[in-house]
Design a protein around this ligand. Sequence first.
Ligand code: ATP
Ligand code: MG
Length: 229
Amino acid sequence: MRKCNAIMGDMIETIIHKSDRMRLGIMGGTFDPIHYGHLLAAEEARVAISLDRVIFVPSGSPPHKKYPGMASAEDRYGMTLLATNGNPSFDVTRLETDRKGSSYTVETLQRMKELYPGADLYMITGEDAALDLPLWRDPYKIVSLAKIVAVSRPGGYHDKIGELPDEIRESVLVLRTALLDISATDIRERLASGRSANYLLPDAVLAYIKKRGLYVKARNTGQRYKNNE
Ligand code: ATP
Ligand code: MG
């Protein structure tokens, strides 16, 4: 029997797990680029739910996200590897990176169930992403495959979690974590305009971005990273 403290809604509850089944965290994202908001979310969930491992799943060709200057699936996978390799409980999978066409979370979770038949799955998301769940493909199937661990994210999302449909809300564990106001969009914008992104993401990821020349808007006009060389 294992015990863990998680915060469900606004109430602190002690969840007693009667089984010793493996507990697997699934941290999906575009990771364009991966930053400390993602890493903190995964670590806080790992500790709160006593997860045995957290598997990061960089998306391949995300159905809902397309914009100019998006890093390739291969670069996003590489950055995720660099960011996570210091944590022995973190792994990265190529499940979505290698998939041709769109990747849907419901398919990824089904595949995870096949790969780890004895495991309970915990899908880690920010509160913003948890609120979008009803818009994802097959949300009811998703919550039948995994519990959703919604971690704090600045932006006023927390108060809206209660508005999720009951069948989805029942599968959402709201985990209060330190608020990190970091987004990949902001990091891309900073880098494109030559501003510093230091301390928002691991140094190794920043070094990779610079080496590969990612997120520099005017690549052909000689603009390079200015203030944060
Ligand atoms: P973008 O700005 O491109 O949307 P992002 O920073 O939101 O990037 P994603 O790859 O979209 O990163 O997010 C992957 C997951 O990580 C989502 O569930 C998202 O809610 C969560 N997440 C991202 N940033 C944070 C953060 N600062 N705090 C908590 N959760 C976060
Ligand atoms: Mg996002």
